[in-house]
Design a protein around this ligand. Structure first.
Ligand SMILES: *[C@@H]1O[C@H](CO)[C@@H](O)[C@H](O)[C@H]1NC(C)=O
Ligand SMILES: *[C@@H]1O[C@H](CO)[C@@H](O)[C@H](O)[C@H]1NC(C)=O
Ligand SMILES: *[C@@H]1O[C@H](CO)[C@@H](O)[C@H](O)[C@H]1NC(C)=O
Length: 504
């Protein structure tokens, strides 16, 4: 639904030339709705002008684009147009140029908040601006601005003159961009340059979540060193092949981040089984350093081989974790027993144990862990855990206690249609449940497979897609009967947004 105001706003922004002439006379209260109308209508020139004259100290994209009384469509849920994001950035640069050239205008804008524009959706098309290209674009802009106006800028430059007085320390002309960084080896140089000039530049980047992929230890380190200590909320270093020794080199640089809530270190080739004496010390070092991260609430060590070492790894933490991701970690019963007895268990909101074999002998400790975690658990991932109907049966009473559960991932487990129906029935009382990612039932395969089996057999040619459609329809029917159509049951884990701990 659109309000009359929104319809008028659409009309106003439809013609750039006339909007341009009238902007001066438009009351500032109308800027937000004009902004939204031009963003939705992809009126990039108008957008740029609006930003250039933005009459408030903060321009928060996520807030401006959320559903409001004038317009309840959600551009945030759809694809955020790359051209529009670029127009906003150009608008900020135009604003800065104008202010720095000393043009006589009231300067209001201080913060451009771009966080939360992406939702890690892998299916982003070329229409949207990826976090990676956002990082590059703003880094380049920052370096350009610094060359023109920063402290080291050429003093003979004509432009410099007008700007000079305003650029003394404590200079009043700047815009801080609040954003997330996503960097790899192709973009680390430009980001480093930007961070080096950052504090003396009129365009300042402020990092909330920092993610680096396929980046060497040295490059990662040189970037971490340049990030300001108070703003960083999450550090995500994945596919970097750092190993335990590499992580031990980086961790001391993380302790300065006083607001670090989340540390993600999946796919780093960590293997703590059968350690040499030297590596044993390295493991101790790692756990000592992790324990120094005072604000840590979320830890992801996915795809590390941690068999039997969880107590050593996490035993030093002073405060309970609320999110723990240990997918494909080769966990042993003793690891789950440790977790279950630790203070983490009852604090966990998100738990990912996918890819660990949760059948006997892990089933019992896992049951106990679920029981301990049931009071707070919102998100449970147990995909590819080799769970069959009988195991599921043993888990249902514990699952039933997880009354706050919103998400359950059981994809890629050898469960039958009957097992799924039982699961569905038993989770009906969980009133917060919104999404279940269920596996292709074993009886959708014409040949009997030697269960438990690896996930690759799910792609087997003996798979019967028609049967899967029928199963889906039957599950849907059960949901309708129970008036629980507000739970989505799906086999597509990419189509649905799962819970991010930090946005809970
Ligand atoms: C850049 O400088 C500003 C102001 O000094 C600061 O707030 C911000 O955190 C710095 N950015 C980074 C990424 O450290
Ligand atoms: C941990 O290892 C790093 C890098 O090897 C080293 O600099 C640091 O001193 C070690 N810390 C402890 C507590 O052993
Ligand atoms: C789903 O609907 C049921 C009633 O049919 C209600 O009790 C429950 O609170 C709803 N849950 C959510 C997450 O909306």
């Amino acid at each position: 639904m659109w309000s009359l105001v929104f319809l008028c706003a659409q009309k106003v922004v439809s013609d750039h030339a006339s909007t341009c002439r009238s902007l001066e006379f438009i009351p500032k209260e109308l800027y937000p709705v004009l902004f939204k109308a031009s963003f939705l209508g992809r009126k990039t020139l108008v957008l740029q002008d609006l930003v250039k004259r933005w009459p408030f100290p903060v321009l928060n994209l996520q807030k401006l684009l959320q559903s409001c009384k004038h317009c309840d469509c959600l551009p945030m849920k759809e694809k955020v147009s790359k051209l529009c994001v670029q127009a906003v950035i150009l608008g900020v640069l135009a604003y800065l140029h104008q202010a720095l050239e000393g043009e006589d205008r009231k300067r209001q804008l201080r913060v451009l908040n771009m966080v939360g524009l992406q939702d890690n959706n892998p299916e982003q098309g070329p229409e949207t601006m990826s976090l990676w290209s956002q990082t590059v674009t703003l880094s380049k802009a920052c370096v350009d601005m610094s060359r023109r106006y920063g402290e080291g800028a050429n003093p003979s430059s004509k432009r410099r003159k007008g700007a000079h007085s305003t650029l003394a320390p404590g200079c009043p002309v700047y815009v801080e961009v609040h954003m997330d960084f996503f960097v790899n080896s192709a973009s680390s140089t430009i980001l480093r340059e930007a961070l080096q000039v950052n504090s003396s530049c009129p365009l300042r980047l402020r990092c909330r979540d920092f993610r680096a992929e396929e980046l060497s230890i040295r490059s990662t380190l040189s970037l971490l060193e340049l990030l300001s200590p108070t703003s960083v909320r999450q550090v995500d270093l994945r596919f970097n092949n750092l190993g335990l020794p590499g992580l031990n080199v980086l961790l001391p640089y993380l302790t300065k981040f006083t607001s670090l809530l989340s540390l993600k270190l999946p796919y780093n080739n960590v293997d703590v089984r059968r350690l040499s004496v030297e590596m044993e010390a390295g493991l101790q070092n790692f756990s000592t350093q992790i324990a120094r991260l005072q604000s840590l609430k979320e830890l992801n060590l996915g795809s590390s081989r941690l068999s039997g070492r969880l107590r050593q790894l996490l035993g030093g933490l002073q405060k309970p974790l609320e999110s723990l991701e240990l997918a494909f970690c080769y966990l042993l019963p003793s690891d789950l027993t440790f977790l279950c007895q630790s203070f983490h268990a009852s604090s966990l909101k998100k738990l990912d144990l996918s890819g660990n074999n949760l059948c006997e002998p892990l089933l019992h400790p896992f049951q106990l862990l679920l029981k301990e975690a049931s009071a707070n658990l919102l998100h449970l991932d147990i995909m590819e855990c080799k769970l069959m109907d009988s195991h599921l049966g043993a888990l249902l009473p514990m699952l039933g206690r997880c009354t706050r559960l919103r998400y359950l991932g059981v994809f890629c487990n050898p469960i039958s249609t009957r097992g799924l129906k039982t699961l569905l029935q038993s989770t009906l009382p969980l009133s917060e449940l919104r999404l279940v990612i269920y596996p292709y039932p074993v009886d959708c395969y014409s040949e009997s497979l030697p269960w438990p089996t690896s996930s690759s057999s799910f792609l087997d040619s003996s798979f019967d897609p028609q049967k899967l459609l029928r199963v889906h329809a039957e599950l849907q029917q059960l949901l309708v009967q129970a008036q629980r159509t507000n739970v989505t049951w799906s086999t597509d884990m990419y189509q649905h947004k799962t819970l991010d701990y930090l946005s809970l």
